[in-house]
Design a protein around this ligand. Structure first.
Ligand code: NZQ
Ligand code: ZN
Length: 385
């Protein structure tokens, strides 16, 4: 196991009707901006619960943070906050609203060109605004991590960042908020959670025995409950287990001390930036290609995955790898998430553009061993046509 240091200070408040805890979580007298997306929270009653809980605070709203939050939209919120002297940000929604709010928090007092926070990893030397979240879509883990992903429409870029300064102070996870989710978002969320886990697990064996078992626990739980939850969208126990899986897959814990990959996410973000496919869909396309292309380098872990997650104990090592990749594809397809580029009408015309972006950014050796090349990106995409 590698050396590591780990800190995660997010207070998780989990369970039924916990939105009512807001007054115990936000200091009295704060001016709160409630940020949300396209209006799902108005239709499912979450908005009313939040506003009711904040009735003793001065509150302003910012709505319209879109899926794959857009830089220009977020900068509109930054302007309002600068004028209105807001001192607390409450993000209510899925990963896009949470990520967008983190960017806003970082940008409000930032001196300089704000896109540099994403494009150049510019340091946050000025204070960020404190954040709390009410999660309505389990998937990204954004409720308990310091990551945020923002899209720039002008440059067609979708870039991710990690800044400890924007870690939420608290996150409220009421699984009942999920009951209004459309099937497509549930499926996307299950796939995203699954692939956050594989990014930290399907690498090479490095004696992270506990981390391996934790990752396998998340994967097995998703395989067990995912399809059932799609059939029973208001089952509280299934919802709460899925929600907690999503948080645990990307709050840092399963990734400590072990190698990490993240190639599937890096390529997936390009597919979203160029073609607008959902984040979960992009990952379902790419992961099988990465496993196929790197089947020799990843053999140790793919075979362990085959045996422990899928119960594949028969056959040669190659046959186990084949079967594990096929089981993974079948699982995504069983959730109604298509796994080929052609399923989304995407051809090979931009493969070279995607490759060239990685070259320009200096990302010429990525993945757990730093050996995944820009040419490998094209090979993966060719495999997934
Ligand atoms: O905008 P509203 O009206 O709220 O509707 C949303 C949106 O249309 C809807 N929705 C959310 N909760 C709902 C609901 N509809 C009904 N009932 C509810 N309870 O779902 C749609 C998608 O929401 P979005 O927030 O975009 O989904 P998700 O949580 O999957 O977030 C995706 C974004 O997170 C980034 C992705 O790249 C993408 O931009 N990621 C963030 C990560 C992180 N912070 O660690 C890691 C991930 O790998 C990922 O990259
Ligand atoms: Zn993801």
């Amino acid at each position: 196991m590698k050396n590591f240091s780990f800190q995660n200070s997010v207070k998780i408040v989990f369970g039924k009707n916990q939105i009512s805890q807001l007054p115990t979580l936000i200091e009295e007298g704060k001016k709160v901006m409630v940020l949300y997306g396209g209006g799902s929270i108005k239709r499912n009653g979450i908005y009313d619960q939040v506003m009711d809980s904040l009735k003793n605070y001065e509150v302003i709203e910012f709505s319209g943070i879109e899926p794959n939050p857009v830089y220009e939209t977020l900068m509109r919120a930054v302007e309002i906050i600068r004028n209105e002297k807001v001192d607390f940000l409450l993000a209510v929604g899925g990963g896009s609203v949470l990520d967008g709010t983190k960017f806003i928090s970082a940008a409000v007092n930032f001196k300089g060109y704000t896109w540099d926070i994403m494009a150049k990893n510019a340091p946050l030397t000025e204070p960020t605004l404190p954040i709390g979240t009410v999660l309505t879509l389990p998937a990204t883990g954004s409720e308990m991590n310091a990551n945020f992903v923002v899209t720039n429409k002008d440059t067609q870029e979708k870039l991710g960042m990690n800044k400890p300064e924007v870690l939420p102070q608290f996150s409220i996870l009421d699984p009942q908020a999920m009951f209004s989710l459309p099937e497509r978002q549930i499926s996307n969320g299950i796939v995203d959670t699954f692939i956050h886990t594989t990014e930290q697990y399907l690498t090479y064996p490095d004696a992270g025995y506990l981390q391996d078992r934790q990752a396998e626990g998340i994967l097995q739980t998703l395989v067990e409950i995912g399809p059932k939850y799609l059939e029973n969208k208001t089952d509280y126990d299934l919802a709460s287990n899925f929600m907690w899986c999503a948080t645990n897959a990307l709050n840092g814990l399963i990734g400590v001390g072990v190698p990490q990959d993240w190639v599937t996410h890096m390529i997936g973000h390009e597919l979203t930036a160029y073609y607008g496919v959902d984040h979960g869909q992009s990952l379902a396309i790419v992961l099988p290609g990465v496993l196929e292309l790197k089947r020799v380098e990843k053999a140790g872990k793919i075979i362990q995955y085959a045996e422990r997650v899928w119960g594949i104990t028969e056959g040669t090592e190659d046959e186990k790898i084949d079967a594990a990749i096929q089981k993974t594809i079948d699982f995504f397809e069983s959730l109604q998430v298509k796994t080929r580029l052609s399923d989304y009408g995407i051809d090979g015309s931009r493969f070279q553009d995607i490759k060239n972006r990685f070259v320009r950014r200096g990302l010429t050796g990525i993945g757990e061993r730093g050996t995944f090349t820009p040419d490998d990106i094209v090979k993966v995409l060719e495999l997934r046509k």
